[in-house]
Design a binder for this molecule. Sequence first.
Ligand code: IMP
Length: 209
Amino acid sequence: MASRLFDEKKLVIASHNPGKVREIGELLAPFQVEVVSAGDLSLPEPVEDGETFTDNAKIKAVAAAAAANLPALADDSGLCVHGLNDQPGVYSARWAGPTKDFGVAMQKVEQALVAAEKNDEACEVDRGAHFACALTLAWPDGHTESFEGQVQGTMAWPPTGSKGFGYDPVFVPEGHDQTFAEMEPEQKHAMSHRANAFQKLVEACFEAP
Ligand code: IMP
């Protein structure tokens, strides 16, 4: 079945994460859409108890669309480290603890990799990783459209760079020698998991700008 076209003038970004709100706002900039964030509207944060990125993106988008009576776009995303069985995955935000300290979260990932290396006879633990992103667009009538994107890369240590957010300082995308946090936003948007999912969303649901 064809995806539903988005032809409304206003959209809620169903996130309280300033890094995500900024990046999604930048991706939406070429489209004639007035954007307001869940934080601006003081919408409550729903419990993200899904097992997959798409489950959680749907929970957030449906809740925001119902609460605001406007279409809402939610992102659920995370870092999947291959040598750690794709952890932290859907728990990426939770690894930063209640104070949302991603210095702590990055350290935890590095410590888990070092511990895995100690337990591995050949000391060979896969430092490959990918970021995954699910985007769900929900309408107030409950209809949803969901899209997934990924970017492959490698875990770096120590953290480098001050741009971006979250785990960006320890992720070097494939074919590059800088972390996402060392890149300009446009460079990250040319290859990121979020941009990849956004491209699919735009192709399915938006008229060309
Ligand atoms: P959630 O989708 O709200 O559960 O949070 C996902 C978490 O994954 C974020 O808080 C970030 O720490 C991490 N994450 C998702 N996308 C990115 C990204 O583009 N760069 C760095 N970290 C990210």
